[in-house]
Design a protein around this ligand. Structure first.
Ligand code: SAT
Ligand code: MN
Length: 581
């Protein structure tokens, strides 16, 4: 409990509305954790996994209709529709009160209401923020315990301040037609009902740390971004920090935990964050980034000792597995982990055999796991100041378009590169997979205000940063005519990061092209891998005709932001047009 009357008044109001049987204030203790787990086991909502292979780990199966973020019912509820912009669903605060608030009425009857005080960011972080999630889901509570610094630490940090985010969550009746996720950026408030899924229900993550935080950041002059943060150490022992934005399932978690290949002796990579970066302008004129989260909420399918050993090793203890398959002696399995078992229990609890047409794990099955357990976790991941950024990368899945890597000519050109990110859709969003969609800075579903204003905010931040990080676009997914990837990816992506760092140090050979600085093929270290000069030339080539089309397409897309699209970026578009001839 707390003496903060703004908190207690709000908790009272929510309790009056939702009428829970009990109210539990989370303190984050081990005893509380045990109590929550016991309840999950008693209700058969958790399966205890093998104590030797997966100590402290549990399997959870969600409602089959509740397996991913639901963007169609995710709303920005600012006062004026124009301020939400064309990329967000807008619902007026009054309409939300009429349509969504009733879904909370009596919703917690027969349930316990958990009050979760949490901190996004390190406990003593200079840019950390306090939020509260009120939820009737013990599963959500257990996930929040991994994903945030939760309990007494947050009450201590907040004290009597009224600077906190109010998140109200109920699983409601879990019916998709009774689902809504509302964000009130003007009053730092979130309402989420009808879903227990991560991005919809762990309110500290996308709802607070991105949608609400982007609005706060704009007001206060910092940045909330959908980015991993990585420290790259060269053989001389110098560490440089890189932030990178990729749309869902473009290998963000893999890059955050990348292991440099054996053929790059002396290179090391350190994980700071895998999904979200809060970035501020330091007194020293550099950009400083921190990871507001305390855990990883990673996609399981495709994760293996081969593709991401660090993620596998992190998730071996104290983790929650959602919608994966159960095999043998309380072991878990998912597609891409290794050889398929002969039989399993699939993510919906049904018998499965290796000849089944359906997948055993849901494609968006997840592990929730404490970041501190990651073998590659940076010793600076909880530094109160964060880490200074040398480079920012933008990337997407563009099989036939963007070169392996290119460097912006200047900050605004880099902002344009970020604004131009487009990628094939994946299963993490509930839309059709495999369709190309624009996803500026990988923020399309996460920017809490008008995207044109967001671009302008990026331009504005550039003017405040004396020592700007260099901005780059990367694309690990260039494919040949046969559809096969041309670049090996995974650990070998460090070869690209090596060039990025060389550029940041004023070295690294580059050629000027109409679309940016590209590495000379010889400047990419390919020692020990089988990538021919022809292939490298191919993935580092610029097809002027394609890029002219791309420019037309991008101009069309940017016109949807009307006069909020910053003129500085139009200047950069024109410059590219001129260079393309
Ligand atoms: O789907 S979530 O938003 O919960 C996770 C992610 O896509 O990063
Ligand atoms: Mn994400």
């Amino acid at each position: 409990m707390t003496a903060n009357s703004e908190v207690t008044k709000w908790v009272d109001d929510v309790a009056k509305l939702t009428t829970p049987d009990r109210i539990h204030w989370c303190d984050g203790s081990a005893a509380e954790h045990e109590m929550l787990v016991k309840g999950m086991l008693d209700r058969k909502e958790f399966t205890t996994l093998n104590r030797d292979k997966w100590p402290g780990c549990y399997l959870y199966r969600s409602d089959p209709t509740d397996v991913a973020r639901t963007e169609k019912v995710t709303y920005i509820n600012c006062a004026n529709e124009a301020d939400a912009g064309p990329t967000n669903n807008w619902l007026s605060p009054a309409a939300a009160e009429q349509q969504v608030l009733p879904l909370f009425k009596g919703a917690m009857q027969g349930r316990t209401m958990y009050v979760i005080p949490y901190i996004m960011g390190p406990v003593n972080g200079v840019n950390s923020r306090v939020g509260f999630e009120i939820t009737d889901s013990p599963y959500v509570t257990l996930n929040m315990r991994i994903m945030t610094r939760m309990g007494q630490v947050a009450l201590d940090r907040l004290g009597n301040s009224s600077d906190f985010v109010k998140g109200m969550h109920s699983i409601g009746d879990l019916k998709p037609e009774h689902r809504a996720i509302c964000h009130f950026p003007e009053r730092n408030e979130i309402w989420s009902v009808g879903s227990g899924y991560g991005g919809n229900a762990l309110l500290g993550k996308k709802c607070h740390a991105l949608r609400i935080a982007t609005s706060q950041a704009r007001r206060e002059g910092w940045m909330a971004e959908h980015m991993l943060i990585l420290g790259l150490e060269n053989p001389q022992g110098e560490v440089f920090y890189i932030a990178a934005a990729f749309p869902s399932q473009c290998g963000k978690t893999n890059l955050a935990m990348v292991i440099p290949p054996d053929s790059m002796p002396g290179w090391k990579a350190w994980t700071v964050g895998d999904d979200i970066a809060w970035i501020r302008v330091g007194d020293d004129g550099r950009l400083w980034a921190m990871n507001p989260e305390a855990g990883f909420f990673g996609v399981a399918p495709g994760t293996s000792m081969k593709t991401n050993a660090n993620a596998m090793l992190t998730a071996q203890r104290n983790s929650i597995f959602t919608n994966v398959a159960l095999v043998g002696d309380d072991d878990v399995w998912w597609e891409g982990m290794g050889p398929a078992p002969a039989t399993a229990v699939d993510w919906q609890g049904r018998p499965w055999t290796s000849s089944s047409a359906e997948k055993a794990a849901h494609p968006n099955a997840r592990f929730t796991t404490p970041a501190a357990q990651c073998p590659s976790i940076s010793k600076h991941w909880e530094d109160p100041q964060g880490v200074p950024l040398s480079a920012i990368l933008f990337g997407g899945r563009r099989p036939h378009m963007t070169p392996l890597v290119m460097e912006a000519y200047n900050w605004n050109h880099g902002v344009l590169m970020g604004a131009s990110v487009a990628s094939e859709t994946t299963a993490a969003a509930t839309e059709q997979a495999g369709v190309l969609r624009h996803d500026p800075m990988a923020m399309l579903p996460f920017c809490g205000y008008h995207m044109g204003d967001y671009f302008a905010h990026w331009v504005n931040i550039g003017t405040k940063v004396k020592h700007q990080p260099k901005l780059f676009t990367v694309n690990w997914f260039r494919a040949g005519d046969d559809g096969k990837f041309l670049w090996p990816g995974y650990g070998d992506n460090v070869r690209v990061l090596k060039w990025v760092l060389e550029r940041c140090q004023g070295r690294g050979e580059a050629v000027e092209t109409p679309i940016g600085f590209l590495p000379k093929p010889k400047a990419i270290d390919t020692t020990g891998i089988n990538v021919s000069d022809a292939t490298l030339n191919d993935i580092l080539s610029v097809d002027n005709a394609r890029w002219k089309n791309e420019l037309v397409e991008n101009r069309k897309y940017f016109s949807t932001f009307g006069n909020r699209f910053p003129s500085e970026l139009t200047t950069e578009l024109d410059a590219i047009g001129k260079r393309l001839g």
